[in-house]
Write a protein that binds this ligand. Structure first.
Ligand SMILES: *Cc1c(COP(=O)(O)O)cnc(C)c1O
Length: 398
């Protein structure tokens, strides 16, 4: 027996894996089908048909049975050759981790340093590329949203910077945290290779990695010499050999899950999905702004224009963030994201995917109670501010 308010359904608001809709969970609950013909193959084909629209591209989609790290490797090995140089545009933690993987894959990395509080400055990208007149840099690796800092980088501006330097490198974008949360226009913005995973905005359990490639990326594929048997796009590219699409047995439960999740995204409409994420993120930001008035709590990302709609990193000053997370989880049934190393007292709220006002207000209210329990000075209610913010987004009957 234990006395605690945490009984009831636990709410997990970490920046991935995100909440799985009941519809998606139910879709997965099926026995093994024939994997060579019939429904599964038909459903799987529709996934490949629908995937380009999610990244706003006419490029080719690939699915790896992997997490995001696997998709990173798939992107690198299919487009680059041993000792090629890549420019890693540092932004928080994840671009650097992608760069570290590039190193072990046989690439040479050049790092454009960034920091944990601000977005990538496109002018720095332009300067780095102008300093490479012989075009030794073959690819630029950048994250749209860094999940550690909660910064959102301006991908269109980074492409413009590359064009301003007249540099032919491929633009490779990590949208793992942001796809189906933040607006992303692969073709319009000039992404050549886009990477994502299933467990964030796409509302599917971890286990699928996605890569989208445009013609320029497919051209690079022809000469890339880092290809390996499993990741190689070549055998996966045709629609005839369904089995080869996954380089073997399909991830059956994930195929069902992704179909259901994409149906949900299509029913809502991608523009509306982005709108909902923005509005819910506005409510969360209204709460953090209100809390900030007391001086204990603050945003990690100072520039409002670069705060992500998928995740928010909150600094808690002298308030012990580990104790905050412990109380929230054990006493109140709310799991919030741990700060990644180097952030001091901080926590992260994941607000990607299957989220709505009751969830967001519940998360904020529980955090507010926990902050108060720890003695944080909160002269204004964050929950009140969030509710006021959401009020204008609730449509009234005419
Ligand atoms: C989650 C995440 C990753 C890593 O994805 P895994 O599925 O854990 O391998 C990479 N980049 C970003 C921006 C992420 O949010």
């Amino acid at each position: 027996m234990s006395r605690s308010l945490s009984h009831g359904r636990q709410v997990v608001a970490i920046p991935g894996p995100s909440a799985i809709p009941d519809r998606v969970l139910a879709a997965m609950n099926q026995a093994m089908p024939n994997i060579y013909e019939g429904d599964l193959v038909d459903i799987s084909h529709t996934l490949f048909e629908d995937l380009p629209a999610i990244a706003r591209t006419s490029g080719e989609p690939f699915i790896a049975i992997s997490n995001g790290h696997g998709a990173w490797e798939m992107a690198l090995t299919n487009t680059l050759s041993k000792n090629d140089r890549v420019l890693v545009v540092e932004s928080g933690r994840f671009a650097a981790a992608w760069g570290a993987m590039a190193t072990t894959t046989g690439l040479e990395i050049q790092t454009l340093p960034g920091d944990d509080r601000t977005a990538v400055d496109p002018n720095h990208v332009e300067s780095a590329l102008r300093a490479d007149p012989n075009h030794q840099i073959k690819a630029v690796l950048v994250v749209q949203v860094d999940t550690a800092t909660s910064v959102r980088n301006d991908i269109a501006a980074i492409r413009q910077a590359m064009d301003a330097a007249s540099h032919p490198a491929l633009l490779m974008v990590d949208c793992i945290a942001s796809l189906a949360c933040e607006r992303y226009e692969m073709d319009d913005w000039g992404g050549d290779v886009t990477v994502a995973g299933s467990q964030k905005g796409l509302m599917v359990p971890p286990g699928l990695g996605f890569v989208w490639v445009n013609e320029k990326g497919m051209e690079a594929y022809k000469t890339a010499d880092l290809k390996t048997g499993y990741w190689d796009w070549g055998p996966r590219a045709g629609l005839e050999g369904h089995y080869l699409r996954y380089c073997g047995t399909p991830p059956i439960q994930h195929v069902y899950a992704l179909r259901e999740a994409m149906d949900m995204l299509n029913e809502e409409g991608l523009e509306n999905v982005w709108w909902r994420h923005e509005r819910l993120a506005n409510a969360i930001r209204a709460a953090v702004t209100a809390w900030s008035a007391g001086g204990d709590v603050s945003f990690n990302i100072e520039d409002e224009g670069h705060r992500s709609n998928a995740v928010t990193t909150v600094l808690t000053g002298d308030i012990d963030a580990n104790e905050l997370r412990r109380i929230a989880e054990q006493e109140a049934g709310l799991v919030i994201g741990i700060a990644l190393p180097g952030f001091g007292n901080a926590f992260r709220i994941g607000h990607m995917g299957h989220m709505n006002p009751p969830l967001v207000l519940g998360v904020l209210g529980t955090l507010e109670a926990t902050l108060l329990r720890l003695g944080a000075r909160l002269p204004e209610s964050g929950v009140g501010a969030a509710a006021a913010c959401l009020a204008s987004d609730l449509a009234k009957a005419e």
